[in-house]
Design a protein around this ligand. Structure first.
Ligand SMILES: CC(C)(COP(=O)(O)OP(=O)(O)OC[C@H]1O[C@@H](n2cnc3c(N)ncnc32)[C@H](O)[C@@H]1OP(=O)(O)O)[C@@H](O)C(=O)NCCC(=O)NCCS
Length: 172
């Protein structure tokens, strides 16, 4: 396993084509998608397409979302990390966007906070990233709680494609 970083309970590594089944299990779960403003996916080929896209981002931008692996089971449990966004959104372009997602059975264990805290430290210290942005639906309170724990500040609320959005930032 090509490990990017390690915490007490988790490894982070690049997402691989062999993560397709777990990605599909996660992304076809209506509970996971409840506050994402989209419908869950219905076909594993969509997961394969997402994975291909992330692997392309590693090549093009040197960064992309990273798989989270539970150390004691060696299971893929979700992903966290950064997408380099070139498209303009809310007055920002060429910024690092943070998102995270876990298979439902791994919620409530502190895993996303643990993984993402380490990912942010790595981004600031090793990758020399100066600022990270994150957006959520206004209704996604769980995600906002996580962002607050990670030291992000709410900087704006706006409407995007009909959804009410909260916009968060954290600087190095
Ligand atoms: C957002 C999401 C990743 C949050 O997962 P989570 O497990 O609630 O988040 P954390 O890792 O911070 O865990 C916090 C919970 O673990 C509990 N916990 C248990 N053991 C813990 C430990 N050792 N350390 C810290 N917290 C612990 C905390 O008390 C807290 O529980 P609570 O939510 O009942 O207060 C998850 O809900 C998810 O995947 N949602 C769908 C996708 C999504 O909305 N993503 C965000 C938009 S990009």
């Amino acid at each position: 396993m090509n490990i990017i970083l390690e915490t007490d309970r988790l490894y982070l590594r690049e997402i691989l084509p062999s993560d397709d089944e777990k990605m599909f299990e996660m992304d076809s779960d209506p509970e996971v998608y409840k506050f994402l403003g989209r419908k869950p996916i219905r076909d594993i080929d969509q997961s394969r397409k997402m994975i291909k896209n992330i692997i392309q981002q590693y090549k093009d931008n040197g960064i992309g979302r990273w798989a989270i692996i539970e150390k004691n089971s060696n299971n893929f449990i979700g992903w966290t990390g950064f997408k380099f966004e070139k498209e303009e959104l809310n007055g920002n372009s060429n910024y690092y966007d943070l998102r995270f997602r876990l298979l439902r059975k791994y919620w409530g264990k502190g895993y996303i906070t643990e993984a993402t805290k380490a990912a942010i430290a790595y981004a600031f210290e090793k990758l020399d990233i100066k600022e990270i942005c994150s957006m959520t639906l206004v209704s996604n309170e769980k995600s906002q709680q996580v962002l607050h724990k990670l030291g992000f500040s709410l900087t704006e609320k706006f409407t995007y494609q009909g959804d009410e959005i909260t916009w968060y930032k954290r600087s190095r």
